[in-house]
Design a protein around this ligand. Sequence first.
Ligand code: CO
Ligand code: ZN
Length: 328
Amino acid sequence: MKPLIKKLTETFSPSGYENAIREVIIEEIKDFADEIRVDALGNLIARKGSGGKKIMLAAHMDEIGIMVNHVDENGFARFSSLGGVFPQTLVGSRVKFVNGTSGVIGAHFLKRPVRLVMNNKMYVDTGATSPKNSPIQVGDVAGFERPFLDLGKRLVAKSMDDRIGVAVLIETLRELKSTPHEVYFVFTVQEEVGVRGATTSAYGVNPDIGIALDVTGADDVPEIDTKTIFLGKGPTFKFKDAGSLGDPRVIELFIKTARKNKIPYQREVATMGGTDARAIQLTHAGVPVMTLSVPCRYVHSPSEMVDYGDVQNTVKLLTKFLEKKVEL
Ligand code: CO
Ligand code: ZN
């Protein structure tokens, strides 16, 4: 899966500008789905199987980024963030605009502690010296530029959130030989700005069960006293985050599937954050959901790290889950 992960994470598609990544995904799945469609907001919806329970799997294909809101008289571009962008991860970063322009992020960060440098004090320097010769203008959008890094067991890239979920869905679709369900593999748009793609695609699919595939923050790092989520200990089943409660019946089905197939898993309770599950659970008259997550260090930084074994185990678990009939 490593070449696939490299291809997915090195594509630039911040929220609202998912065209590039959607084209990449369509190429990867077109021979494996029974039907593929794109809805009005740009969600990519691939169906496999028909007639059984409607299961919606959602992985968001957008990534965090920035949008230019002002170019000053010297050509420096101020920006606002698309999704949760932390200022302390930005200084020295390189960005790549959807129009192909590259730039670096600068700030007078020596003047004040980094934690006090707000995004609105930073700027993108594209080498321009005036608005006239600036290759970017108000409304232009960029992602963070950072090549995929293969450390063997551990993989690092920008946009592991949530291209690793996208990779898991693609690989599961390829692995899944047959299913008693009607499975919808949905690659959603605009998750990072408020689960907007999941909101409309869930309404359109109207599933019986919803599973969001995403990353979750691993805290198995220095300076954390109570470590709860680890790289390499398997995917997590989310009981709660700020946006949704995992349905106990769905969680139980996943626990059973994991035990039966001897796949490691972690139980997760998160105090912050939210995933596409938040939107799916509240569509129509309500949908039981769970978030299945790949643990990830340094989420929402330009260097997000996952464990390759966790990725493979997530594919294996999801495939096994979809092969069997389920009753809630
Ligand atoms: Co995110
Ligand atoms: Zn995410």
